[in-house]
Ligand binder design. Sequence first.
Ligand code: ZN
Length: 338
Amino acid sequence: MQKIISLLFSLLLINSIVLAEESYKVIATASIFADMAKNIAGDKLDIGLIVPVGGDPHLHEPTPRDAQLVSKAELILMNGLTFEGWLNKLVKNSGTNAKTVLITKGVNAIKSLDYNNSFDPHAWMDASNGLFYIKNIKDALVEYDPANKDYYEKNYEVYKKEIEALDIYIKKQIESIPAKSRTLITSHDAFQYYGRRYNLALESVLGISTDEDVQTSSVSKLNKLIKENNIPAVFIESTINPKLLKQIASDTGVKIGGELFADSLGDEDSPANSYVNMLRHNTDVITNALKGNSQVAIDHHTANEVEQSSSSNMLMYGIIACLFLGGFFFVFRKLNNT
Ligand SMILES: [Zn+2]
């Protein structure tokens, strides 16, 4: 009987968690935008998320849970620019009355290199574009919940300063890389906006989406480019299988500079657990690797210093011991002679 009661209680608990999870009024398509919205909404609104952290929004396949989430939402924050190709159908099928807001309004979008009349979706990778995103999100929240207008405005002003400072930080860091090493090689073209803003040349294995077949020619082109230009490192991405990049690294003997985040935040304890931390982490990883001072090299240097200092200590102790013994024998012989 006790077992049945505890089972019922657990079911009730799970049910209430699921129900609570499905009752968001404001939702965002991807974790980066949800984080931006949380910074402005503070404790006045809970923000729901469609593509989970670590998921690939290009390839997302909507689930029944997504349909329920969308059907109960009243405001949906989306990137557009072909990022969420699955959203229209999901909105239609869910029968929701939610207002859909494009948070990239005002951004100077980059045309797709691969498709006509199409744009590169990764505008958030440029922190100065992030300012458009948060302005659009703030306006949408104020319109949705005008009673808390002042609260959202205040949070927005604080957050805006943080992103402006981040933009300056990234610029300074990338400028510190020698000009000849400023080429960024990644899995997919998520870094065009970042490169345009912060002055980095870009090459990738995949195009601007992640669902394209890899051309053997693009891999050999990259191998050639790395060798000819002495590029010190290539980078893997958190949401994309690193196999190809690892292959390129072993073919050319170039280092894996580290893991970058582009289409999703990392989880809570990752260095990319927020939009601001994600761009800061990417910048630090890129700067360190392209300047050639990776963590391993720094550790090696320190280890050498430790070794050197301990061997010089040994030498000093040896000299003291010799002097002591020499003195001892000198005194001993003197005493014997007298
Ligand atoms: Zn992407």
